[in-house]
Design a protein around this ligand. Structure first.
Ligand code: UDP
Ligand code: MG
Length: 335
């Protein structure tokens, strides 16, 4: 029989799961997590961050909490997006190691014991690399692959290909992450920036167990812009070079036109080439201005210094009832 872990002596493992309208998978998720936590020697904290779910995800979790006291539910005040939910999870987790996983069971919880084993051997980060991506469309796989190639070419911290947020992190890694103050949180880039000794394990990514993906191409494009502009100023330099090249070419062309006029006399209209050049140059200018705008916008968001998320309720606080008001004898006779 397994010895009961003690929260006082044994290291604790936090499993952080962002949840946004996942009622359909929660029963399955809880059952599988329960089985896994029984296999682990450590005390386990199951930390669910509810990212403004509108279905009964929270009700299901709170109900399960009666049976499994290891469950903790941090409810955000509205939908802040996955990156913010994960940030909230990392800030609230108390474990000596923190595992991050999706609610939809695409990241099999059964792999957690092997991740913990690597951590015990000394790894600070145990990265889970997808060998296959079942249930994801060809288009999603290709765009993802192009994006990673692009971002690694232009940004300073290199992001490992085919890894998501499914990972284990040591306490010092999580502390380091929690110290990063930026509001625009591109977590994959932040993980890569923090570094730390890393072990990579391969796994087969399952299709979503139930429910629908919360992901769409608009969000993906947004995240991609975030990823590129929050981790590198190199695009600014690319814009500069582009502008220089275009201006240089325009100058040369102008000189050539002057020369041609001097040698051969007034040339034929040349209207088309003029328009072509004007549109090209204004295109380059707009591109550069837009790029600058992206960065200025980011500076604006950062200077507002708003928190990344707002917690509406933490099941931990609810569990501790407020102390009853002390009544001093003779004090409550108001009349
Ligand atoms: N998620 C979240 N907030 C959101 C969108 C998603 O917390 O606004 C959570 C979601 O509940 C899941 C994880 O992020 O646990 C990944 O979402 P999803 O499976 O929809 O993304 P995909 O795996 O398709 O990229
Ligand atoms: Mg998913």
């Amino acid at each position: 029989m397994k010895k009961q872990p003690s929260i006082f002596t044994d290291p604790m493992l936090s499993i952080v799961v962002p949840v946004h309208n996942e009622a359909e998978v929660i029963p399955d998720l809880l059952a599988r997590l329960d089985l896994v936590s029984r296999q682990l020697e450590d005390a386990v904290e199951l930390l669910f961050v509810d990212d403004g779910s509108q279905d009964n995800s929270v009700a299901l979790l709170m109900q399960a909490r009666h049976r499994q006291p290891a469950i903790r539910v941090v409810q955000l005040s509205r939908n802040f997006g996955k990156e913010a939910a994960v940030t909230a999870g990392l800030e609230h987790a108390r474990g000596d190691a923190v595992v991050l996983m999706d609610a939809d069971l695409q990241d099999p919880p059964e792999l957690i014991p092997s991740m913990v084993a690597e951590w015990r051997k000394g790894a600070d980060v145990v990265l889970m690399k997808r060998r296959t991506r079942a249930g994801e469309s060809w288009l999603k796989r290709t765009t993802a692959s192009i994006f990673y190639r692009l971002i690694n070419r232009i940004s300073d911290a290199s992001i490992p290909v085919d890894t998501g947020d499914f990972r284990l992190m040591s306490r010092r890694t999580v502390d380091a992450l929690n110290r990063l103050p930026e509001r625009n949180r591109y977590l994959k880039g932040m993980f890569a920036w923090v570094g730390m000794p890393t072990v990579t394990l391969e796994f087969d990514r399952d299709p979503r167990a139930a429910g629908k993906t919360k992901w769409n191409y608009l969000k993906l494009i947004h995240l991609a812009m975030e990823g590129i502009t929050s981790f590198s100023t190199r695009p600014l330099r690319i814009a500069l070079v582009l502008g220089l090249l275009a201006a240089g070419a325009g100058g040369l062309f102008g000189a050539w036109e002057v020369l041609r006029t001097l040698v051969f006399g007034v040339s034929t209209p040349g209207y088309a080439s003029l328009i072509a050049i004007i549109t090209f140059l204004s295109g380059v200018q707009l591109l550069c201005v837009g790029l600058l705008g992206e960065y200025v916008g980011r500076i604006y968001m950062e200077t507002k210094q708003r928190p990344v998320f707002i917690v509406a309720e933490d099941s931990e606080d609810v569990a501790r009832p407020a102390l009853p008001q002390l009544r001093v004898a003779g004090n409550d006779q108001k009349h």
